[in-house]
Write a protein that binds this ligand. Structure first.
Ligand SMILES: [Zn+2]
Length: 666
């Protein structure tokens, strides 16, 4: 940003500092658009993501899950979502209160509103669902009335007294965590739906926050940062990115957590004992700071933390945390299998972080990790029957997946869940000036208007290994199509262009680049053969998981003792409703007749069978089992005392399962 801007940052900053009214930013007013000058990223990104609206999912399981989520977003009643906000602002509301973490006596109430607005914004970009956009716009307008009634920029479903408690170090759950979600939701409504009032509201909230934080010394602020605060730094960096106002850059920095960042900047892993998701959200703020300021320190922080978590603190699924924490030294995971492994919010945040890192350094290893965590840790955490999502993915053998209730859970992970399933297409394609990166194999159409090209990816992957791309071009266009060759792709990779075989020598975890002049009708077919492989625990090689290509396989252990209620949140216990009600049934030990799993684990699913979308009626767990039993990706573990079947972890529902097995050599 040069000094030639019509409106100086200093002048704008002074207006905002003087409060929302002085800046003409009171709720309901329009933020003067000409004054918004986006900051330019200082760090040139080597790979750019495409705007979400340029990528459309096509028919397939991701599309189905996106649609389940879309329906859920439509189902939620605005008056119920607004209830506690209205009461806090002294406005009337006779709506029925929501349950779970949104209950009016739960201190995190209001957090879901922020996720909801983000999800609606993302979903509008993903699908163009105008009805949903209008619903979210109307909610923003109602929240504007609440903010106006509060009169000082404050907008929350709880009173400012919580912030006083935070300042006085009295017990309070995580008020900034909740405020961050609401502000981020407003920013997403601005970015995805062009809702300027949402930006006004966020600016009013920021002005309030700034005034609140102003008297605090750096030491005082350091104490505040000990309480979970979500991604306050990330949001404020993003706000700087959108407005170019350097005051937000300075305020964001007050939320950079030195105690977490300092050791990471020096490549020291002091994560043991820390609450995982609390820290991961801050790391995305570090990544944004690097992008906006070019300070290498923040790149080091983000990259080192990613490396430790993705490579040394994650399970075969790409997920991390046990009981929400990192409880061990890096590489120690065998002791960390429980009913509360890999909180879904952690996966959501690790994917966001991975996406940033990939844009700085488009290395296929980042995309490999993304695929692993996405397929196993996101896709499998929504119940395809009803669109409800999970808090944890239990990796101790013999547990089952537990889902939220539509109106009585509203966990943190319900919030990140509605976001995750509203942006399933956000990391399929990336680009630079010379061409496209294809990172994920999901049926999706890309529109790249600058090149005048549509690329349509059609595939039944992972049920089959064939992926097709078809070009539609306004005029012949010279560019590279770079297809990720994953770490798991074995020998036999083939590529044909318009039916003719193409020589492509590539090694796993890299890109196969096809550079040519493309024209309408050009077709590329890629085959990426998958194979069965073992993923042992780093600190105990006799504890093993089995994978097929990128998919973690789960042993289907049946539904003994399970009831329908046990698969959902406990509505009577809003604070701890994510806990399992029931005991696990341990998985048997396996005897391995050979070191090659392919010798004794056989694929039984018929790959030629057209896979049914898991079209499950909310009925007995037995119905769910039958549906997944048809999986073309079913395997049988042979030569054991009892018959055991494996199916992809992301397709196992309504029954007990095992991911890690104790394996003894015969
Ligand atoms: Zn969570």
């Amino acid at each position: 940003m040069g000094d030639g801007n019509k409106f100086s940052r200093r002048e704008f900053g002074a207006l905002v500092a003087a409060g929302p009214l002085a800046a003409g930013l009171q709720a309901g007013s329009h933020f003067p658009r000409q004054r918004v000058q986006p900051a330019t990223e200082t760090t040139p990104l080597k790979a750019q993501p495409f705007p979400l609206r340029q990528v459309r999912l096509l028919s397939g399981s991701c599309y189905t899950l996106q649609d389940r989520n879309r329906v859920y977003l439509h189902t939620l009643d605005p008056d119920r979502l607004l209830h506690a906000f209205r009461l806090t602002a002294g406005l009337p509301s006779n709506a029925r209160q929501l349950g779970g973490w949104e209950r009016p006596d739960i201190e995190l109430r209001g957090h879901f509103m922020g996720h909801y607005l983000s999800a609606c914004g993302l979903m509008f970009s993903s699908t163009g669902d105008d009805l949903l956009k209008r619903k979210a716009d109307a909610i923003v307008a109602e929240l504007g009335k609440c903010q106006k009634a509060n009169g000082n920029g404050w907008l929350s479903a709880f009173p400012t007294e919580f912030m006083q408690r935070l300042k006085e170090r009295l017990p309070v759950w995580a008020p900034f965590y909740t405020l961050h979600k609401i502000m981020a939701g407003m920013l997403d409504m601005y970015r995805h739906c062009g809702n300027e009032q949402a930006l006004d509201i966020a600016l009013g909230m920021v002005a309030w926050t700034r005034k609140w934080a102003e008297p605090l010394s750096d030491d005082g602020m350091a104490l505040i940062l000990q309480v979970e605060y979500g991604g306050m730094n990330e949001f404020l960096y993003n706000l700087y990115g959108v407005t170019g106002n350097r005051d937000f850059l300075a305020l964001a920095h007050r939320f950079d957590h030195a105690r977490l960042f300092d050791p990471l900047a020096e490549a020291r892993d002091e994560l043991k004992g820390q609450h995982a998701n609390t820290q991961l959200a801050k790391l995305i703020g570090a990544a944004r700071r690097y992008e906006l300021t070019g300070e290498e320190r923040y790149r080091r922080i983000a990259e080192f933390c990613w490396q430790q978590v993705a490579l040394h603190r994650s399970y075969c699924t790409g997920g991390t945390s046990n009981g929400q924490r990192w409880r061990t030294d890096p590489g120690v995971l065998a002791s960390e299998l429980s009913a509360t492994t890999q909180e879904c919010c952690c996966t959501y945040n690790m994917l966001k972080l991975t996406r940033h890192l990939f844009t700085w350094n488009p290395d296929a290893r980042y995309a490999d990790f993304f695929e692993r965590a996405f397929l196993n840790g996101i896709i499998g955490t929504m119940n395809p029957a009803d669109g409800m999502t999970a808090f944890y993915l239990p990796l101790e053998s013999g547990y089952w997946k537990l889902f939220s209730l539509p109106f009585d859970s509203f966990w943190c992970c319900t919030g990140t869940g509605v976001e995750s399933f509203a942006k399933l297409a956000d990391s399929i394609y990336f680009h630079d000036d010379r061409g496209v990166y294809v990172n994920l194999f999901i049926p999706a159409r890309l529109h790249w208007p600058e090149k005048g090209v549509f690329i349509r990816q059609e595939t039944r992957f992972p049920d089959e290994d064939r992926i097709n791309f078809e070009f539609q071009c306004e005029r012949p266009v010279e560019m590279a199509l770079r297809i990720r060759v994953p770490y798991w792709a074995g020998a036999g990779l083939t590529v044909t262009i318009n039916g003719r075989p193409e020589e492509l020598s590539v090694k796993p975890s890299s890109y196969g680049a096809i550079e040519r002049t493309w024209q309408t009708g050009d077709r590329v077919e890629v085959r990426l053969p998958m194979s069965l492989h073992v993923h042992p625990m780093p600190d105990d090689p006799t504890l093993q998981a089995f994978m097929y290509g990128p998919l973690v396989l789960a042993g289907a252990l049946g539904n003994e003792g399970l009831t329908y209620e046990m698969m959902y949140s406990d509505p009577t216990n809003p604070r701890r409703g994510e806990g399992m009600r029931g005991q696990p049934i341990p998985a048997p030990e396996l005897i391995a007749p050979s070191a090659r799993p392919g010798d004794w684990i056989r694929r039984i699913g018929d790959p030629s069978v057209e896979v049914r979308d898991v079209e499950v009626v909310a009925g007995s767990p037995g119905d769910w089992m039958r549906a997944v039993g048809d999986s073309a990706l079913a395997f049988r573990i042979t030569r054991q005392r009892r018959t055991l079947s494996l199916i992809p972890l992301n397709r196992i529902f309504g029954q007990r399962f095992a991911v890690y097995w104790r394996v003894k050599q015969a």
